[in-house]
Write a protein that binds this ligand. Sequence first.
Ligand code: UDP
Length: 329
Amino acid sequence: MAILVAGGAGYIGSHMVDRLIEKGQDVVVVDNLSTGHLAAINKKARFYQGDTRDKAFLTNVFEQEKITGVIHLDAFSLVGESMTDPLKYFDNNIYGMIVLLEVMKEQGVKYMVFSSTAATYGQPQSELITENDPQVPINPYGESKLSMEKMIHWADKAYGIKFVALRYFNAAGAKADGSIGEDHRPETHLIPIILQVAAGQRAQLQIFGDDYNTPDGTNVRDYVHVLDLADAHILALKYLKAGHPSRAFNLGSSTGFSNKQMLEAARKVTGKPIPAKIAPRRGGDPDSLVADSHQAREKLGWQPQYDNVEDIIKTAWAWKQKHPQGYND
Ligand code: UDP
């Protein structure tokens, strides 16, 4: 009786797998290693290297293993890249979901926890975004994830595949012992880039735009620790197996931090000056994305362990210091 983690070699996936194994769960990982790292996968998981768009590969995994539920974290996720190469996102994310749902249907697997995103909301209408707010993505990444949410919705109606879509805000941090963490090639995310500057690997941070409609003009985001996200998936599976109907939950801290505030927090945590300059806007960035996530707390019983960004940055800094070159060290 195993849980399949699709994308288990990625940043969130590797923490997900680690947490499931810590809880005594049998775990199967599929990943094509296009962005993930073999070294990131907990050795107690059974790993199959391949692409979720490859139906024969995926069918073979389901036939070899007794999969009772799927955690789907298997997607491209860069807002900026999706603006310049949208078809890459639609192919990998949307087509990958079609194949995965087909195989789940054929193999009679009824539960999926799906990694969705705040990017499905687009430019928010309210300060704290609720699950019922309009979903009008302003970048192809968000569009692909919204399409995937809609696909599972209809797959539930037609085939009874029950799902929880978890709309993450900004995943951040690392396992506190520094053994696994965030390692994207190339790196585009705010916290790891700030820490590359702190570690002397990059000359300065470029803050993408300071003319947004926010208190200090820089984008505001809601940072959630990656292991708190992982815990929410475990609770979501339990929720589905208890017979609750399919639905979406926001996962955030309900507190927004601007890019400038994140820089200040990282200066404090690392004790490094971290030079920065204002650069032009990056395409596809909404002004502010902050979650109302009381539904996840009430209905799933989600209790995030990390409730301030400095503690989150500390864990990312521990990983950075232990693995300055990421998984190459
Ligand atoms: N950002 C930035 N400089 C960088 C990388 C990111 O100013 O070198 C900003 C980005 O424009 C956004 C925020 O940091 O406002 C978070 O971006 P990230 O890519 O980490 O996550 P996203 O919100 O796109 O999922």
